[in-house]
Structures are given as structure tokens and as C-alpha cells.
Ligand binder design. Structure first.
Ligand code: PLP
Length: 397
């Protein structure tokens, strides 16, 4: 079998392998505390679900427009214009089957073979995979741990820019660190984008998953809406990960190409699901707000319990449902200084399952601290308490 050569450059989400290991361990009769999942163990709000079912019963089960249902595109354009302080209309919106498809469609539209693309590392692994798969060169930039936040290493980012650099991926409100750009950071990035004539993929998958303050988008800065493409998703806010619905939002010239890619790749996104999304955006928000309250309580519990473990230091991010605790001391204390040894031994000894730095890109040169990713989106408070109690006992011996 001769598989196409480009497939050698296709990456994956190795975090799924952690789920498989945890499931195998559970199948042997062991209790697992699932902090590895980037999914929610909550229900889609009932009004959103009912709107989807009604749309199906109403016959919205055939193809719809390639760009998405016009009413949804309009409502989403208004919503994103208001929340991002940038003017978008329906023609700036292409509905997608999830947030993820925007990543490959962005590169297919804007990247030529050999173009260099800056991407976050640690970061969502699909960027590097898609850049390399489509013939670009993936160039990582890192983060610096501060007291209350991880900051983008903008000096490193700028030092990596060459005459071949064309694109930048920004995942503000970041997976896996929970990092959020300050106003100064956004301004610095905007300055670099203009100075080096870059186009940006703004992955805003977690824009609405926040507990305090207000999210701010790079597109709100002068000159940025013309240079940015937003990855929008219904997955997190409306607990719709399995429904598969999102959107690409950006300059019309780019969106027109992306709609053509929609025609080629899936014809259209699920028709009836788009009516559930309309209800999500315009209907009663009681349950949607409750999702954030539930997650906030889990965040606080998880951070508090992690920070009383010797050798663990965990920042409390205002957004996402991820934590990126520094576990350098804990790993040294247990003598398990290899990430996979640490992760597997903790699973075997305590049932606590998580991803590590290795699931979010290759560690950068000079990176001497160790991190794991704890997601609290798929685990309830009693299990958080029990699991982290066991983790503390294991680490402190
Ligand atoms: N971008 C980031 C940073 C994510 O973490 C995820 C999913 O976890 C996605 C995009 C994809 O989201 P979706 O499930 O809507 O495709």
C-alpha cells in the first residue's frame, strides 16, 4: 500500500491515547479520575436541544446553503461584532462542522508551500500537524510563567520571524495553559502583525468560557479585523462538542474561498444543528450561564487542592477549563523525572489521569520546568476531591 507522502507529516492529538490508557485501566476495575478530558460531562442546555429536535422534525434534514443557514450567519455576525468590537456582516461568516475545520481551511486558503507559520508551543497540537501536512514550516513560540498568568514570549516570537514568515496562530485564552493576553500583549502582537505583514488565525474556542472579566479579541485593535480570521465554535459555550458546529469569521475575500472549500469538503454543516445554535445565541441563557457557574466552582476546587500539594504550583486562569500546573518539584520528589513515567505511575498508583507537556508539542530549548494539563470539564467535585487527595498522598509519600 503506497500511502501519500504528505501523510508522513500529519500529526495527531496524542491526548486521545491518554483517554484510551485511562479507559483500559478503568476496564480492569480501577477507579479513574479523568482530568485528561478536554470534553464536558454536562448536558447541552434543554432549550438548545429542543430547538435541534424541532428543526429535525420540521424537516431541516436536507442540505442547506454551503456557507450555512443565512439567519444563523446574520445572528452570529451580530454577536461577534458586539463581543469583539469589530464590524462583521453575514458575508464575513462561513458556518463549519465544528471549530477545528477552520484550522485546515485557514492554511489551505492562505499558506503556500514553504511559508513559515508561527504557532504556540505548548499549544493545541493540530496547528503544527496542519501546517506541516499542507507543506508549510511550523515555527514555535513559547510562553513565560508569571505570577498569575502565562505570557507569550513576544521577544522569542519576533526573533523567529524571517522573510518567509506569513502567518501567525494566536490562541488567546489558551489550551493548555489557560493563558490570556494582556492589553499590552495584544498591542505588541498587533504591532508585529503590521510590521511584518502577517495574517492571523485567532483561535477563540474559549472566548466565552470565562469566569471573571471580559474577553478581548485581537480583531478589536486597529487594522486587525482586516488581517485576522476567527475560529468560532459552539462546542464549549453551549456544551455541543458532539454536535459539531462552529464558524470561520473574517475578511470577505478569505471567507469566499473558505465557502468554496465547504462545497468541496462537506457541502454544508448539519442543517438542523444550526437551528439549535440560533436558539443558543438568541434564546434563554439560564442553563448556558449555569455551565459557567459549575465550571468555575470546579476550577476553584481544583486549583486550591493542587496548590496544597508539595512541589506543585498552579495559576488560576480566568478562562478555559484547563489548568497548567508547574509540577517540577513534585516530579523531582517522586524521582519520576520522565513525563511518561510520572503520568503512568500516577495513574497506576492513584487513578488520577492527566495529559503532560508532551501532548502539546515538543518542549522548547531551555525549557526546564515541567507542566501537566488538568482539565476540570469532565469531572465532578466529589471525584476532584477524592482524586487530588490521592495525588497529594502519592507525591508527598
Ligand atoms: N481550538 C482549540 C484551542 C481547542 O482546544 C479545540 C478543542 O478542544 C478546538 C479548537 C476545536 O474545537 P471543536 O471541538 O469545536 O472542533
Amino acid at each position: 500500500m503506497k500511502i501519500a507522502e504528505r501523510v508522513a507529516r500529519l500529526g495527531t492529538e496524542t491526548a486521545f491515547a491518554v483517554s484510551a490508557e485511562a479507559a483500559a485501566f478503568a476496564a480492569q476495575g480501577n477507579k479513574v479520575y479523568p482530568f485528561h478530558l478536554g470534553d464536558l460531562n454536562l448536558k447541552t442546555p434543554a432549550n438548545v436541544m429542543a430547538a435541534g429536535i424541532k428543526a429535525m422534525q420540521d424537516g431541516r434534514t436536507n442540505y442547506c446553503a454551503n456557507a450555512g443557514v443565512p439567519q444563523l450567519r446574520e445572528i452570529l455576525a451580530d454577536d461577534v461584532s458586539a463581543t469583539r468590537s469589530a464590524p462583521y456582516a453575514m458575508e464575513n461568516v462561513a458556518i463549519q462542522p465544528g471549530g477545528k475545520p477552520t484550522i485546515s481551511k485557514f492554511f489551505l486558503t492562505l499558506m503556500n508551500p514553504g511559508d513559515e507559520v508561527l504557532y504556540p508551543n505548548p499549544g493545541y497540537p493540530i496547528y503544527e500537524s496542519q501546517i506541516e501536512f499542507h507543506g508549510g514550516k511550523a515555527v514555535p513560540y513559547g510562553y513565560i510563567e508569571g505570577k498569575n498568568n502565562f505570557d507569550i514570549d513576544t521577544d522569542m516570537l519576533e526573533s523567529q520571524i524571517t522573510p518567509r514568515t506569513r502567518l501567525l496562530v494566536l490562541n488567546d485564552l489558551q489550551n493548555p495553559t489557560g493563558a490570556e493576553c494582556s492589553q499590552a500583549e495584544l498591542e505588541k502582537i498587533a504591532e508585529l502583525v503590521l510590521k511584518y505583514d502577517l495574517l492571523v488565525l485567532c483561535d477563540e474556542a474559549y472566548f466565552d468560557m470565562r469566569y471573571e472579566g471580559t474577553s478581548k479579541s485581537l480583531v478589536s485593535l486597529p487594522g486587525m479585523a482586516e488581517r485576522c480570521v476567527i475560529l468560532y465554535t459552539f462546542s464549549k459555550k453551549f456544551v455541543m462538542t458532539g454536535w459539531r458546529l462552529g464558524a470561520t469569521i473574517g475578511p470577505k475575500e478569505i471567507i469566499d474561498v473558505i465557502i468554496k472549500l465547504n462545497v468541496n469538503e462537506e457541502s454544508c454543516s448539519n442543517h438542523f444543528v444550526q437551528y439549535a445554535a440560533i436558539e443558543g445565541l438568541t434564546g434563554n441563557q439560564t442553563e448556558t450561564r449555569q455551565v459557567l457557574k459549575t465550571l468555575k466552582a470546579r476550577r476553584d476546587l481544583t486549583v486550591d487542592l493542587l496548590n496544597v500539594i508539595e512541589g506543585v504550583n498552579c495559576i488560576r486562569p480566568n478562562a478555559t477549563f484547563y489548568l497548567w500546573p508547574n509540577v517540577t518539584g513534585a516530579m523531582q520528589k517522586t524521582g519520576l523525572t520522565n513525563y511518561d513515567d510520572f503520568r503512568r505511575t500516577v495513574l497506576q498508583e492513584t487513578g488520577v489521569s492527566f495529559c503532560t507537556r508532551l501532548h502539546f508539542g515538543r518542549p522548547l530549548e531551555g525549557e526546564d520546568n515541567c507542566y501537566i494539563r488538568m482539565a476540570y470539564s469532565g469531572i465532578n467535585p466529589p471525584e476532584i476531591n477524592e482524586g487530588l487527595g490521592k495525588l497529594k498522598a502519592f507525591i508527598e509519600g
